[in-house]
Design a protein around this ligand. Sequence first.
Ligand code: 13P
Ligand code: ZN
Length: 269
Amino acid sequence: MESILNNRPELAAEINKVAEVAGYLWQKGWAERNGGNITINITEYVDDEIKAMPAISEVKPIGATLPYLKGCYFYCKGTNKRMRDLARQPMANGSVIRILDDCASYVIIADEPVNPTSELPSHLSVHNNLISKGSNYKASLHTHPIELVALTHNKKFMEKDYASNLLWSMIPETKAFCPRGLGMVPYKLPSSVELAEATINELDDYDVVMWEKHGVFAVDTDIMAAFDQVDVLNKSALIYIAAKNMGFEPDGMSQEQMKEMSVAFHLPK
Ligand code: 13P
Ligand code: ZN
């Protein structure tokens, strides 16, 4: 079958990573039905042939004007598509879009006219913000990790940096591999521009942010690294819950032990 991935091994490798992560999300129980979405900035892999590819959809509004995205290309999970299906067939459950010169609309160019995720305003606003800051992050992930979402049903865990410090203190690796911690976005309607704006604000200080009573949004250089940050945080949440289930409040690492980690690993916080 004709695919944009044919004879483009670097682009195919990125999309294969998306498929691999989609499988992990399903296996972890974080991707019920169509839950979660992924977008990847693939502009660096775009050649003249891709630039010349015609639109296979009508022009669609993003819902925001995003000046840094002019002429950019993204792979996007399709709305209402299942991660477990995307794991086997990434190009039947997602598509490649081109941002048009008005920076406020896009067209689908490959492989099939699969409509992008309903969370596109958040994903594209985040990519716009990343480019504006000169970031090398290319991947954004939204998923529904059970234990992290459960924490947000208690106001205490929504307080700034409370959950970050608690989760960092459960096991040393969490601070090492999610060094900027976990930001908090109070509940907003899924797919709304308000949710997108609150997300970009929080991502100035964090790589992973919680959407209260909904899920997480994470960014990193590639999708595997974004997944890893969520995975280490959720592992810490599981350790916390396991201790609570054994009937005690876990001690957590001390502030001195966490400080020692930051110095040894040259961590920002
Ligand atoms: P989509 O199927 O539109 O990607 O939505 C899934 C989701 O998790 C919305 O928050
Ligand atoms: Zn969601």
